[in-house]
Design a protein around this ligand. Structure first.
Ligand code: FRU
Length: 918
């Protein structure tokens, strides 16, 4: 959506930019024209400026910088510099005097600024164009007119303009040239009027008295001519003919002077203002232009003045009309511009409105689509929610039913367990003098207690869950209470050399608590501590008041195997069984302890460090203000009655010394069995069951199991699958792949019932895989048949050997050597390349040692022994297998069946074929 809005705005902006770009700009470029005027006080100069401005009004966008120098050449030089500094594109100049202004104009031109000289020239050809009247021609025309007026004879006074200005010079030259052929016409005086009326008046006044009968005065401009007229008029002398120059149509200007007969005639001298601007634009636009632009002139006298005045008036009124039109045009343009701007804004707004409209439509559609989708999702969610609710109701009901069943069944367990317990205790008392029975009954007793405890814990949970369990607090001495509990662990602590102590400064500490609950908690904590603490470790119980004196703190510290951070976090969770495979709990004890302490409004926390130890801390409030009325026992001063003493007792009551029965006394037994099992009870039980017939060696972890296996080379190994140190599967693998132990039958015992586990066990070459719980008779039978099979095989292999080969070796090492040697030979019977060297290498002994040892133990040569074994096995296979003679020959390591037959016959007196048939 944001993207679309941005897109719409971009489109509108682009459109506005395009529209603005299409706006018609004033034609032509934007130029800057600089105009340096020598003087501006007279009408002629004012007219020139007006003409320029009027022409410029047709070219909007051209800037005119105008400076006038009041007839001062120095001032004009600095003004030109100023214009050039302002970076004018072209300079128009009417030089006050030619020489002084020449260098600056030349410099400007050579540096690249075009220069248009108007009216008054400069003394250099370095300019771009000249615009102005032909002053020489004007002087000459004035001369002609004078000749005509004087009819070839008479005296003239010439009033000149500023002598160093080019019009003054050229007009004089033209005038003089025209009179050259008329010697009777003389210029009797030349007066410098500097182009000003007053100056001319003053200068002429000085000499006029001498020239009262002067015939003609040629003034180089009309203002000086008017001055002359006034001089002679004031003298009351005969008015001479007066010729002026400029011929402007304005009030008091040349044409009016002629019309009023104050002067005789005037030579038209156009200002050239318009032309100068036009040429400037041509230069700037790089169009073609005429370098010398001389303007036309004419004589204005009484014969044409009226007509010219009329014409001038007309031109003037036309000019005004044009100006009027221009101002109207300007106004219209302004209106047009405003309207155009308005139109653009309107178009932009329209486009924006359309875009936004489109956007809104799109958004609406999008919204509707999203809403539809949301509604659909919502419906689905509602449906799912309903289904979930339905499922959760069902699940709750199922769970309720399950829990109820569980509780009922737990309850049902209690009765039979209790019924077992009673007679059992009776039996225990009756069999005091029969250690073997006593031990078995103790084992049953311990496990019945364990079951009962679990059942009770489950039921306690149920009670807490349904809010039926209430604290029944009595005021008790906590020190005595803890001491009492510790007492029941003392014998176990002594057996396992665990330092069990209560550490406290208090002799007596009266605390309100439910003895049956705290008792369960304490037994749990201590059971845990003992479970995870190694023999020789410590379990310390600290009892003290906290600093504020409002709580009692009970801490149980041990230096056992500790827990990881994750295990600490989950320790109090129901059914969390811990992180140690071989120390798994029920996941009930700690969770129940926490609930029981919470019922007391107390806290129980735990801190632990792996491999360092664990510390549990219980805090209970002192006094009974925190307990409800119902939570205080009706008769709180009566000593509390323990409900489950037996159930929570350690089960570690001192057992009668294990006096071996006469029949069990150690005799030399034929076979040895290694039992690898970490569960002490089970290990003890198995040992007790088997030691009558077999020599039993025990190992409680994988490492020692491995060690014993290789040291003793037992006749059979029974191993648990889950044992600390190394797992059972790995052990089987090691034993079965080592020549020294590969022949030993292995029975795997495990709680893992899954078929995959059994397959894995068999893959690792375990001979038998028995799952717990198992029948001991079955185990005993299995052991028997495994050993007899082994014996039969051996018997078979050696039965045909001379009797002196059957050894009765008894030494452990010799037996070990024999096992290794025979096993090595047995496992290589099919290998025809099997050699004495290989045996030496595998057994790590020298050739001589091998020969000597085999000779001593078996009284036979090693090679003979191998050959014998091959033939014995061949015999066995011929009797028991369906294989062909050739197959059997290869199986027992002969390179060819023929050779096998020969050797067999020489040994047994008949061919293998005959033997098989027989
Ligand atoms: C105006 C003027 C005109 C004359 C011209 C000569 O300043 O004196 O009257 O024709 O200059 O440059």
């Amino acid at each position: 959506m944001f993207f679309i809005a941005r897109y719409a705005i971009s489109v509108v902006l682009l459109l506005c930019t395009l529209l603005t770009a299409c706006t018609p700009e004033p034609s032509g470029k934007q130029y800057h024209i600089g105009f340096s005027q020598c003087v501006e006080s007279d009408a002629w100069r004012k007219t020139m400026l007006k003409d320029m401005k009027r022409e410029l009004s047709f070219h909007p966008g051209i800037k005119l910088s105008y400076l006038q120098a009041d007839g001062n050449s120095d001032k004009q030089i600095s003004q030109v510099k100023e214009l050039l500094n302002n970076k004018v594109d072209i300079l128009i100049i009417s030089a006050n005097e030619a020489e002084p202004l020449t260098p600056i104009v030349e410099e400007a031109f050579t540096k690249g600024t075009p220069v248009i000289v108007v009216d008054r020239k400069i003394a250099t050809p370095f300019y771009s164009a000249y615009v102005g009247g032909d002053n020489y021609e004007i002087g000459r025309m004035a001369g002609e007119y004078a000749i005509n007026q004087l009819q070839g004879k008479g005296n003239i006074i010439e009033i000149t303009g500023l002598p160093k200005s080019t019009p003054a010079i050229e007009r004089d030259r033209g005038f003089t040239a025209a009179l050259k052929n008329y010697p009777s016409i003389r210029i009797v005086e030349r007066v410098n009027g500097e182009w000003y009326k007053q100056k001319a008046h003053d200068e002429l006044s000085r000499i006029a008295s001498r020239y009262k009968d002067i015939n003609l005065i040629f003034a180089q401009n009309d203002v000086m001519a008017a001055g002359a007229n006034e001089v002679y008029k004031s003298m009351n002398a005969k008015l001479p003919k007066i010729i002026g120059v400029d011929g402007l149509p304005c009030n008091g200007c040349g044409m009016q002077l002629v019309a009023n007969k104050r002067i005789t005639a005037t030579m038209l001298y156009p200002t050239g203002g318009e032309e100068a601007i036009r040429i400037a634009l041509k230069i700037l636009n790089k169009d073609e232009f005429k370098r010398e632009h001389l303007l036309n002139t004419t004589v204005i006298d009484s014969t044409n003045v009226r007509y010219l005045q009329l014409q001038a008036n007309k031109v003037d009124s036309q000019q005004r009309e044009i100006e009027n039109q221009q101002s109207i045009l300007h106004r219209l343009k302004t209106i047009y511009n405003n309207q155009r701007t308005f139109l653009y804004v309107l178009i932009c707004s329209l486009v924006l409105a359309l875009s936004l409209g489109g956007l809104v439509l799109y958004s609406l559609r999008e919204n509707r689509r999203i809403n539809r989708k949301l509604k659909q999702q919502n419906d689905e969610i509602v449906e799912q929610k309903d289904q979930l609710e339905e499922m959760s109701v069902k699940a709750r009901a199922a769970n309720e039913a399950k829990v109820a069943f569980f509780t009922n069944i737990s309850h049902e367990f209690r009765t039979p367990l209790t019924l077992i317990l009673g007679p059992l205790e009776e039996l225990l008392g009756a069999t005091k003098n029969q250690p073997r029975q006593t031990r078995n009954l103790n084992l049953i007793h311990k496990n019945v207690i364990r079951l009962l405890r679990l059942v009770n814990q489950l039921m306690d949970f149920r009670k807490i869950e349904v809010d039926k369990m209430r604290v029944q607090a009595t005021k008790n001495d906590l020190i005595a209470f803890v001491n009492e509990i510790i007492e029941s662990y003392q014998s176990m602590a002594a057996t396992r050399t665990i330092d069990l102590r209560l550490i406290t400064h208090e002799r007596q500490l009266l605390v309100w608590y439910d003895v049956n609950m705290l008792d369960k908690v304490m037994f749990n904590l201590l059971s845990n501590a003992f479970k995870f603490t190694k023999d020789g470790g410590y379990v310390h119980i600290y009892v003290s008041k906290n600093e504020a004196g409002d709580r009692v703190v009970i801490r149980v510290d041990d230096n056992g195997i500790g827990m990881s951070e994750e295990a600490v976090d989950s320790a109090f969770e129901l059914f969390y069984q811990g992180e140690f495979e071989n120390h798994k709990g029920s996941g009930l004890g700690l969770a129940l302890s926490k609930q029981l302490i919470h019922l007391h409004k107390g806290t129980i926390t735990l801190s632990s460090q792996k491999w360092k130890g664990t510390s549990f801390e219980i805090q209970l409030l002192l006094g009974n203000a925190h307990l409800d009325k119902q939570e205080i026992a009706e008769n709180p001063t009566m000593p509390a009655i323990y409900e489950d003493e037996k159930v929570y007792s350690t089960g570690q009551a001192t057992e009668p010394p294990d006096v071996p029965e006469e029949s069990q006394k150690k005799t030399e037994r034929e076979h040895s069995i290694l039992i690898i099992e970490d569960n002490e009870d089970l290990r003890g039980f198995l040992k007790a069951r088997l030691e009558a017939q077999y020599e039993i060696v025990e190992a409680d972890n994988g490492q020692s199991g491995l060690q014993q296996g290789f040291d003793i080379v037992p006749d059979l190994i029974i191993s648990d699958v889950v044992i600390p140190g190394k797992d059972g599967m790995a052990l089987v693998n090691i034993f079965k792949t080592d020549i020294r132990t590969s022949h030993i039958p292995i029975v795997l015992l495990t709680g893992k019932t899954k078929t995959e586990h059994q397959i894995e066990g068999m893959k690792n070459m375990a001979d038998v895989y028995i799952t717990k719980p198992f029948s001991v008779q079955f185990l005993e039978q299995t052991i028997k048949s495994l050993l007899s099979n082994r014996a039969m095989l051996k018997e078979h292999f050696t039965s045909e050997m001379p009797s002196n080969l059957k050894t009765t070796t008894v030494g452990k090492m010799d037996r070990k050597f024999m096992s290794e040697f025979t096993a090595l030979v047995e496992s290589n019977l099919s290998n025809e390349d099997f050699s004495v060297e290989e045996i030496c290498k595998k057994m790590g002994i020298s050739r001589v040692q091998l020969y000597r040892k085999v000779k001593v133990l078996l009284n036979v040569n090693v090679n003979d022994y191998i050959l014998n074994m091959r033939l014995q096995k061949a015999k066995y296979l011929l009797q028991h297998e369906e294989a062909t003679i050739s197959e059997i020959a290869y199986t027992v390591g002969f390179s060819s069946p023929a050779y096998f037959s020969t050797v067999f016959k020489s040994k047994f007196g008949m061919t293998p074929k005959a033997f098989k048939e027989k």
